[in-house]
Design a protein around this ligand. Structure first.
Ligand code: 13P
Length: 257
């Protein structure tokens, strides 16, 4: 299946930003989602904003940025997928490099969280990406493929609930992005890995690119083969810039149809 067959998916990751006073900005983004109906728009929000946003928006999927691998238990300070679903979340971002590196999450932990997330009826956006050193050593594709395989639960059946986001660690928040050919090669490698593991149905899984995406580069990124959408950090905090990214995705889908 070519990228043309999939609806573009644009996801804002607000990271540890946003207060209740940010709800008007979320509503602004929701209006863009209502306007650009060819695009699936989502926001991964801090826990504190998930319920207020979920009961406010109409066209935007609201999700979390992490969850625990257990459904409940003696895990002080943690939140389960079941709790996220209970307060209106539709998906969870898992395996972000800021959690892998900053919170010591390895791929086995991410895999357990993915399993729990899918069991709880949520979708998962699984993030993978290489370090500067891995790319410099020519190991970008193999290390990301290994990370993907190690993070996917066994016996996966809910293919429709999975999205993969390729986010090179060195591109996050730096203003540096890979060359289009490097992104195309990585997405092709990830697609092949998914096909080997899951069979032909892997073609339907959307592959997002993330890392210094903004309103200036979104159009070019969306034109790269096998880029089915974008995971946007900093630029998603500004509704005007995020709206422009969503508009670029709408144009990309119109051109493709
Ligand atoms: P930036 O868009 O700020 O580089 O962040 C990317 C990211 O980490 C999204 O998950």
């Amino acid at each position: 299946m070519s990228k043309t067959a999939k609806r573009p998916y644009v996801v804002g990751n607000w990271k540890m930003h946003g207060l209740l006073s940010s709800l008007p900005a979320i509503l602004d983004i929701d209006r863009a989602a209502a306007c650009y109906i060819g695009v699936d728009v989502a926001l991964a929000l801090p826990f504190t904003l998930i319920n207020p946003a979920a009961i406010t928006v109409e066209h935007t999927a609201i999700g979390g940025q992490n969850c625990h691998a257990a459904h409940e238990g003696a895990f002080t300070g943690d939140i389960s997928g079941r709790m996220l679903a209970d307060c209106g979340a539709h998906f969870v971002l898992l395996g972000h490099s800021e959690r892998r590196l900053g919170c010591g999450e390895d791929s086995a932990t991410v895999r357990a969280k993915m399993q729990a997330t899918l069991d709880d009826g949520l979708s998962a956006i699984l993030c993978v990406g290489e370090s500067t050193e891995q790319r410099a050593a020519g190991l970008a594709e193999t290390s990301v493929q290994e990370q993907l395989l190690a993070s996917l639960p066994d016996g996966l059946t809910s293919i429709g609930s999975i999205t993969i986001a390729y986010e090179p660690i060195w591109a996050i928040g730096t203003g540096r992005i890979p060359q289009p050919a490097e992104i195309a090669a990585m997405h092709g490698a990830l697609r092949q890995t998914l096909r080997d593991r899951l069979g032909p149905q892997a073609a339907a899984i959307r592959l997002l690119y993330g890392g210094s995406v903004n309103d200036d580069n979104a159009e070019a990124l969306l034109a790269i083969p096998d880029v089915d959408g974008l995971l946007v950090g900093n630029a998603s905090l500004d509704p005007r810039r995020f709206r422009a990214v969503v508009r670029a995705a709408q144009q990309a889908s119109l051109q493709a149809s």
